[in-house]
Write a protein that binds this ligand. Sequence first.
Ligand SMILES: [Fe+2]
Length: 376
Amino acid sequence: MQPDLRTGIENMLLRCGGLRPGQTVLIVTEAEDGGYYGAGLAEAVAEVAGALGLAATLRREPFTARAAPAAETLAEIGRADRTVFLSRLGDQLRFDSVLAASAPVMCYALDAGMMASGFGRGEHDAFLALLGCLNAALSGAREIRVTCPLGTDFAGPGAMFPETAAEVSVRRFPLSVFTPVPAGAYAGRIAQAGFLTGTGKTFYEPYTLPLDGVLALDFEGNRITGFDGSAADAARAEAHYRRIGGMMGTDPFFVHSWHAGMHPGCGWPVQAGADVARWGGGAFGNPRILHFHTCGAYPPGEISVNVIDPTIRLDGVPVWQDGRLHPDRVPGGAEILARFPEAARLFAKPERAVGLAPSGRLCARPEPQPVAASSA
Ligand SMILES: [Fe+2]
Protein backbone atom coordinates (compact mmCIF):
# COMPACT_ATOMS: atom_id res chain seq x y z
CA MET A 1 0.00 0.00 0.00
CA GLN A 2 1.10 3.53 -0.78
CA PRO A 3 2.70 4.98 2.41
CA ASP A 4 0.71 8.25 2.16
CA LEU A 5 -2.56 6.31 2.03
CA ARG A 6 -1.53 4.33 5.11
CA THR A 7 -0.62 7.58 6.93
CA GLY A 8 -4.02 9.10 6.15
CA ILE A 9 -5.90 6.01 7.34
CA GLU A 10 -3.80 5.78 10.53
CA ASN A 11 -4.54 9.46 11.18
CA MET A 12 -8.26 8.66 10.93
CA LEU A 13 -8.29 5.47 13.03
CA LEU A 14 -5.84 6.46 15.77
CA ARG A 15 -6.05 10.26 16.06
CA CYS A 16 -9.67 10.87 15.11
CA GLY A 17 -11.13 7.50 16.12
CA GLY A 18 -8.98 7.19 19.25
CA LEU A 19 -8.63 3.45 18.63
CA ARG A 20 -6.02 1.29 20.36
CA PRO A 21 -4.73 -2.20 19.50
CA GLY A 22 -7.13 -4.93 20.54
CA GLN A 23 -10.24 -2.82 19.98
CA THR A 24 -12.96 -3.42 17.39
CA VAL A 25 -13.79 -1.17 14.46
CA LEU A 26 -16.89 -1.44 12.29
CA ILE A 27 -16.52 -0.03 8.78
CA VAL A 28 -19.89 0.87 7.25
CA THR A 29 -19.71 1.30 3.48
CA GLU A 30 -22.24 1.82 0.73
CA ALA A 31 -23.42 -1.33 -1.00
CA GLU A 32 -22.92 0.28 -4.41
CA ASP A 33 -19.15 0.02 -4.67
CA GLY A 34 -17.07 2.54 -6.57
CA GLY A 35 -19.81 5.14 -6.89
CA TYR A 36 -19.81 7.86 -4.29
CA TYR A 37 -16.83 6.48 -2.38
CA GLY A 38 -13.97 5.37 -4.53
CA ALA A 39 -13.49 1.62 -5.01
CA GLY A 40 -11.03 -0.02 -2.65
CA LEU A 41 -10.98 2.62 0.10
CA ALA A 42 -12.99 0.52 2.58
CA GLU A 43 -10.74 -2.49 1.98
CA ALA A 44 -7.66 -0.32 2.49
CA VAL A 45 -9.07 0.95 5.81
CA ALA A 46 -9.73 -2.65 6.89
CA GLU A 47 -6.20 -3.66 5.91
CA VAL A 48 -4.57 -0.83 7.87
CA ALA A 49 -6.85 -1.54 10.84
CA GLY A 50 -5.68 -5.16 10.83
CA ALA A 51 -2.04 -4.10 10.68
CA LEU A 52 -2.66 -1.84 13.71
CA GLY A 53 -3.98 -4.81 15.70
CA LEU A 54 -7.64 -3.82 15.46
CA ALA A 55 -10.42 -6.31 14.75
CA ALA A 56 -12.17 -4.82 11.71
CA THR A 57 -15.58 -5.75 10.29
CA LEU A 58 -16.89 -4.45 6.97
CA ARG A 59 -20.62 -3.89 6.64
CA ARG A 60 -22.32 -2.82 3.43
CA GLU A 61 -25.48 -0.76 3.85
CA PRO A 62 -27.50 0.19 0.76
CA PHE A 63 -27.71 3.93 0.13
CA THR A 64 -31.20 5.40 0.55
CA ALA A 65 -32.48 8.91 -0.23
CA ARG A 66 -33.55 9.31 3.40
CA ALA A 67 -31.45 7.77 6.16
CA ALA A 68 -32.94 4.37 7.00
CA PRO A 69 -30.31 2.26 8.76
CA ALA A 70 -31.19 -1.38 9.44
CA ALA A 71 -31.81 -2.10 13.15
CA GLU A 72 -29.06 -4.69 12.87
CA THR A 73 -26.60 -2.03 11.72
CA LEU A 74 -27.46 0.24 14.64
CA ALA A 75 -27.00 -2.65 17.04
CA GLU A 76 -23.64 -3.45 15.51
CA ILE A 77 -22.60 0.22 15.80
CA GLY A 78 -23.52 0.03 19.49
CA ARG A 79 -21.28 -3.00 20.00
CA ALA A 80 -18.18 -1.76 18.18
CA ASP A 81 -15.53 0.26 20.00
CA ARG A 82 -15.70 2.69 17.07
CA THR A 83 -17.60 2.84 13.79
CA VAL A 84 -16.19 4.48 10.66
CA PHE A 85 -18.68 5.60 8.02
CA LEU A 86 -17.37 5.39 4.47
CA SER A 87 -20.98 5.99 3.60
CA ARG A 88 -23.35 8.92 3.18
CA LEU A 89 -25.47 7.33 5.91
CA GLY A 90 -23.15 8.81 8.55
CA ASP A 91 -23.50 12.24 6.97
CA GLN A 92 -27.29 11.97 6.74
CA LEU A 93 -27.37 11.15 10.47
CA ARG A 94 -24.71 13.65 11.53
CA PHE A 95 -27.12 15.83 13.48
CA ASP A 96 -29.21 12.87 14.69
CA SER A 97 -29.08 11.80 18.33
CA VAL A 98 -29.22 8.14 17.28
CA LEU A 99 -25.42 8.24 16.83
CA ALA A 100 -24.58 10.42 19.83
CA ALA A 101 -23.65 7.60 22.21
CA SER A 102 -21.26 5.88 19.82
CA ALA A 103 -19.70 9.02 18.24
CA PRO A 104 -18.70 7.30 15.01
CA VAL A 105 -16.16 8.69 12.58
CA MET A 106 -17.69 10.20 9.43
CA CYS A 107 -15.12 10.09 6.64
CA TYR A 108 -15.14 12.96 4.11
CA ALA A 109 -12.08 11.70 2.28
CA LEU A 110 -14.10 10.12 -0.52
CA ASP A 111 -11.42 8.07 -2.22
CA ALA A 112 -7.87 6.83 -1.80
CA GLY A 113 -6.49 9.94 -3.48
CA MET A 114 -8.12 12.28 -0.98
CA MET A 115 -7.10 10.04 1.92
CA ALA A 116 -3.47 9.98 0.76
CA SER A 117 -3.36 13.76 0.13
CA GLY A 118 -2.72 16.46 2.70
CA PHE A 119 -6.44 16.30 3.45
CA GLY A 120 -6.10 12.83 4.98
CA ARG A 121 -2.57 13.29 6.30
CA GLY A 122 -2.90 16.68 8.02
CA GLU A 123 -2.60 15.98 11.75
CA HIS A 124 -6.11 15.54 13.12
CA ASP A 125 -5.07 17.08 16.45
CA ALA A 126 -4.03 20.26 14.65
CA PHE A 127 -7.50 20.71 13.20
CA LEU A 128 -9.16 19.84 16.50
CA ALA A 129 -7.08 22.56 18.17
CA LEU A 130 -7.81 24.96 15.32
CA LEU A 131 -11.54 24.29 15.65
CA GLY A 132 -11.35 25.42 19.29
CA CYS A 133 -9.44 28.59 18.35
CA LEU A 134 -11.76 29.50 15.49
CA ASN A 135 -14.93 28.85 17.47
CA ALA A 136 -13.56 31.00 20.33
CA ALA A 137 -12.59 33.81 17.95
CA LEU A 138 -15.97 33.69 16.19
CA SER A 139 -17.94 33.78 19.43
CA GLY A 140 -15.64 36.39 21.00
CA ALA A 141 -15.87 38.86 18.11
CA ARG A 142 -18.04 41.95 18.42
CA GLU A 143 -18.77 41.99 14.71
CA ILE A 144 -18.47 39.46 11.88
CA ARG A 145 -18.73 40.63 8.29
CA VAL A 146 -18.59 38.32 5.27
CA THR A 147 -18.07 39.42 1.66
CA CYS A 148 -17.24 37.68 -1.63
CA PRO A 149 -16.32 38.75 -5.18
CA LEU A 150 -19.83 37.95 -6.51
CA GLY A 151 -21.54 40.31 -4.07
CA THR A 152 -22.05 38.42 -0.83
CA ASP A 153 -22.21 40.92 2.01
CA PHE A 154 -23.74 40.10 5.35
CA ALA A 155 -22.89 41.02 8.90
CA GLY A 156 -23.87 40.56 12.50
CA PRO A 157 -22.44 40.10 15.98
CA GLY A 158 -20.06 37.39 17.22
CA ALA A 159 -21.30 33.84 16.80
CA MET A 160 -23.95 32.84 19.30
CA PHE A 161 -23.33 29.12 19.38
CA PRO A 162 -26.10 27.21 21.14
CA GLU A 163 -25.25 26.06 24.65
CA THR A 164 -26.31 22.51 23.93
CA ALA A 165 -26.34 20.14 20.99
CA ALA A 166 -26.55 21.56 17.43
CA GLU A 167 -22.99 20.36 16.86
CA VAL A 168 -22.77 17.06 15.06
CA SER A 169 -22.96 13.70 16.82
CA VAL A 170 -20.20 12.24 14.60
CA ARG A 171 -16.46 12.82 14.64
CA ARG A 172 -15.74 14.44 11.29
CA PHE A 173 -12.66 13.20 9.48
CA PRO A 174 -10.94 15.19 8.26
CA LEU A 175 -12.22 17.93 10.53
CA SER A 176 -12.76 20.66 7.98
CA VAL A 177 -15.48 23.09 9.12
CA PHE A 178 -16.10 25.07 12.29
CA THR A 179 -19.35 24.82 14.24
CA PRO A 180 -22.31 26.21 12.25
CA VAL A 181 -23.03 29.82 13.24
CA PRO A 182 -26.76 30.36 13.86
CA ALA A 183 -28.02 32.79 11.22
CA GLY A 184 -30.61 34.55 13.40
CA ALA A 185 -28.39 37.51 14.26
CA TYR A 186 -27.20 38.21 10.69
CA ALA A 187 -28.60 40.09 7.72
CA GLY A 188 -27.47 40.88 4.22
CA ARG A 189 -26.93 39.18 0.91
CA ILE A 190 -25.61 35.75 -0.12
CA ALA A 191 -24.43 35.44 -3.74
CA GLN A 192 -23.83 32.16 -5.56
CA ALA A 193 -23.35 31.19 -9.17
CA GLY A 194 -24.05 27.90 -10.92
CA PHE A 195 -26.58 26.01 -8.82
CA LEU A 196 -28.43 25.42 -5.62
CA THR A 197 -27.96 21.95 -4.18
CA GLY A 198 -28.87 19.77 -1.21
CA THR A 199 -27.17 19.50 2.17
CA GLY A 200 -26.42 15.78 2.28
CA LYS A 201 -29.36 15.11 4.59
CA THR A 202 -32.03 14.07 2.10
CA PHE A 203 -31.31 13.14 -1.52
CA TYR A 204 -34.47 14.46 -3.19
CA GLU A 205 -34.96 14.91 -6.95
CA PRO A 206 -33.81 17.05 -8.58
CA TYR A 207 -31.05 17.44 -6.01
CA THR A 208 -29.49 20.34 -7.89
CA LEU A 209 -31.13 23.39 -9.46
CA PRO A 210 -28.99 24.87 -12.27
CA LEU A 211 -28.70 28.67 -12.40
CA ASP A 212 -27.88 30.77 -15.49
CA GLY A 213 -26.04 33.52 -13.66
CA VAL A 214 -25.41 34.86 -10.19
CA LEU A 215 -28.29 34.42 -7.78
CA ALA A 216 -28.47 36.68 -4.73
CA LEU A 217 -30.51 35.71 -1.69
CA ASP A 218 -31.33 38.56 0.67
CA PHE A 219 -31.96 37.51 4.23
CA GLU A 220 -32.76 39.00 7.58
CA GLY A 221 -32.17 36.79 10.55
CA ASN A 222 -33.68 33.41 9.87
CA ARG A 223 -35.69 34.47 6.79
CA ILE A 224 -34.94 34.76 3.10
CA THR A 225 -36.58 38.05 2.14
CA GLY A 226 -35.95 38.02 -1.60
CA PHE A 227 -34.21 36.52 -4.62
CA ASP A 228 -32.26 38.71 -7.02
CA GLY A 229 -30.50 37.98 -10.30
CA SER A 230 -31.93 37.25 -13.73
CA ALA A 231 -35.72 37.10 -13.64
CA ALA A 232 -35.59 33.43 -14.69
CA ASP A 233 -33.08 32.47 -11.96
CA ALA A 234 -34.97 34.35 -9.25
CA ALA A 235 -38.29 32.74 -10.20
CA ARG A 236 -36.73 29.30 -10.55
CA ALA A 237 -34.98 29.55 -7.18
CA GLU A 238 -38.09 30.70 -5.34
CA ALA A 239 -40.15 27.87 -6.89
CA HIS A 240 -37.42 25.37 -5.96
CA TYR A 241 -37.45 26.54 -2.33
CA ARG A 242 -41.24 26.25 -2.18
CA ARG A 243 -41.19 22.81 -3.76
CA ILE A 244 -38.45 21.32 -1.56
CA GLY A 245 -39.95 22.93 1.55
CA GLY A 246 -43.32 21.43 0.63
CA MET A 247 -41.81 18.02 -0.08
CA MET A 248 -40.08 17.97 3.31
CA GLY A 249 -42.92 19.60 5.21
CA THR A 250 -40.60 22.33 6.41
CA ASP A 251 -40.43 26.15 6.36
CA PRO A 252 -38.91 26.73 2.89
CA PHE A 253 -37.42 30.18 3.49
CA PHE A 254 -35.77 29.46 6.84
CA VAL A 255 -32.07 30.30 7.03
CA HIS A 256 -30.57 28.12 9.74
CA SER A 257 -26.82 28.66 9.93
CA TRP A 258 -23.56 29.07 8.04
CA HIS A 259 -19.96 27.96 8.26
CA ALA A 260 -16.81 27.84 6.15
CA GLY A 261 -14.03 25.43 5.30
CA MET A 262 -10.90 25.35 7.46
CA HIS A 263 -8.81 22.59 5.83
CA PRO A 264 -6.31 23.76 3.18
CA GLY A 265 -5.60 20.15 2.14
CA CYS A 266 -9.15 19.67 0.86
CA GLY A 267 -8.95 19.73 -2.92
CA TRP A 268 -11.47 18.96 -5.66
CA PRO A 269 -9.66 18.52 -8.96
CA VAL A 270 -12.70 17.98 -11.23
CA GLN A 271 -15.47 20.47 -11.99
CA ALA A 272 -18.34 20.48 -9.51
CA GLY A 273 -20.72 20.08 -12.45
CA ALA A 274 -19.40 16.58 -13.15
CA ASP A 275 -21.29 15.41 -10.02
CA VAL A 276 -22.69 18.20 -7.87
CA ALA A 277 -23.93 15.90 -5.10
CA ARG A 278 -20.50 14.35 -4.68
CA TRP A 279 -18.87 17.80 -4.83
CA GLY A 280 -21.25 18.96 -2.09
CA GLY A 281 -20.20 16.08 0.13
CA GLY A 282 -16.47 16.40 -0.42
CA ALA A 283 -15.25 19.88 -1.34
CA PHE A 284 -16.87 22.03 1.36
CA GLY A 285 -13.91 21.75 3.75
CA ASN A 286 -11.69 24.00 1.63
CA PRO A 287 -11.44 27.55 3.04
CA ARG A 288 -12.45 28.86 -0.40
CA ILE A 289 -15.99 27.66 0.31
CA LEU A 290 -18.52 29.01 2.82
CA HIS A 291 -22.00 27.54 2.86
CA PHE A 292 -25.38 28.31 4.34
CA HIS A 293 -27.88 25.73 5.60
CA THR A 294 -31.30 26.86 4.39
CA CYS A 295 -34.81 25.51 3.81
CA GLY A 296 -35.65 24.07 7.21
CA ALA A 297 -35.50 25.20 10.83
CA TYR A 298 -33.03 22.44 11.68
CA PRO A 299 -29.41 21.71 10.84
CA PRO A 300 -28.36 21.27 8.12
CA GLY A 301 -31.61 22.25 6.37
CA GLU A 302 -32.33 20.90 2.90
CA ILE A 303 -30.71 23.43 0.52
CA SER A 304 -27.13 24.62 0.77
CA VAL A 305 -25.98 27.91 -0.72
CA ASN A 306 -22.28 28.06 -1.52
CA VAL A 307 -20.15 31.19 -1.46
CA ILE A 308 -16.75 31.03 -3.18
CA ASP A 309 -13.69 32.93 -1.93
CA PRO A 310 -15.23 34.50 1.15
CA THR A 311 -13.52 37.16 3.19
CA ILE A 312 -14.59 36.75 6.81
CA ARG A 313 -13.66 39.70 9.00
CA LEU A 314 -13.74 39.34 12.76
CA ASP A 315 -13.75 42.90 14.16
CA GLY A 316 -12.18 44.06 10.92
CA VAL A 317 -9.48 41.36 10.77
CA PRO A 318 -9.75 39.25 7.60
CA VAL A 319 -9.21 35.80 9.14
CA TRP A 320 -10.39 34.30 5.83
CA GLN A 321 -9.16 36.58 3.04
CA ASP A 322 -10.35 35.86 -0.50
CA GLY A 323 -10.82 32.22 0.38
CA ARG A 324 -7.58 31.74 2.26
CA LEU A 325 -7.64 30.98 5.97
CA HIS A 326 -4.92 32.62 8.08
CA PRO A 327 -4.83 30.78 11.42
CA ASP A 328 -2.17 33.16 12.73
CA ARG A 329 -4.76 35.95 12.73
CA VAL A 330 -6.68 34.40 15.65
CA PRO A 331 -5.32 33.94 19.18
CA GLY A 332 -3.59 30.57 19.51
CA GLY A 333 -3.42 29.96 15.75
CA ALA A 334 0.31 30.59 15.34
CA GLU A 335 1.09 28.13 18.16
CA ILE A 336 -0.87 25.41 16.36
CA LEU A 337 1.12 25.97 13.16
CA ALA A 338 4.36 25.79 15.18
CA ARG A 339 3.30 22.52 16.80
CA PHE A 340 2.05 20.65 13.72
CA PRO A 341 4.43 20.75 10.74
CA GLU A 342 2.18 18.97 8.22
CA ALA A 343 -0.74 21.32 8.92
CA ALA A 344 1.63 24.31 8.72
CA ARG A 345 2.83 23.12 5.29
CA LEU A 346 -0.76 22.88 4.10
CA PHE A 347 -1.58 26.40 5.26
CA ALA A 348 1.58 27.72 3.58
CA LYS A 349 0.55 26.16 0.26
CA PRO A 350 -3.24 25.71 0.33
CA GLU A 351 -5.05 23.59 -2.23
CA ARG A 352 -6.69 25.94 -4.74
CA ALA A 353 -8.78 23.46 -6.75
CA VAL A 354 -12.37 23.49 -5.49
CA GLY A 355 -14.27 22.39 -8.59
CA LEU A 356 -14.75 25.72 -10.35
CA ALA A 357 -15.38 25.75 -14.11
CA PRO A 358 -12.85 27.41 -16.48
CA SER A 359 -14.99 30.57 -16.15
CA GLY A 360 -13.82 30.72 -12.52
CA ARG A 361 -17.30 30.07 -11.17
CA LEU A 362 -19.33 27.12 -10.02
CA CYS A 363 -21.32 25.60 -12.85
CA ALA A 364 -24.07 22.95 -12.77
CA ARG A 365 -22.62 21.21 -15.83
CA PRO A 366 -18.96 20.81 -16.76
CA GLU A 367 -17.74 23.54 -19.08
CA PRO A 368 -15.31 22.60 -21.88
CA GLN A 369 -11.68 23.32 -21.03
CA PRO A 370 -10.23 26.06 -23.24
CA VAL A 371 -7.79 24.62 -25.77
CA ALA A 372 -4.23 25.62 -24.91
CA ALA A 373 -2.72 27.99 -27.48
CA SER A 374 -0.33 26.17 -29.78
CA SER A 375 3.24 27.42 -29.91
CA ALA A 376 3.51 26.47 -33.59
FE1 LIG B 1 -22.59 22.53 6.71
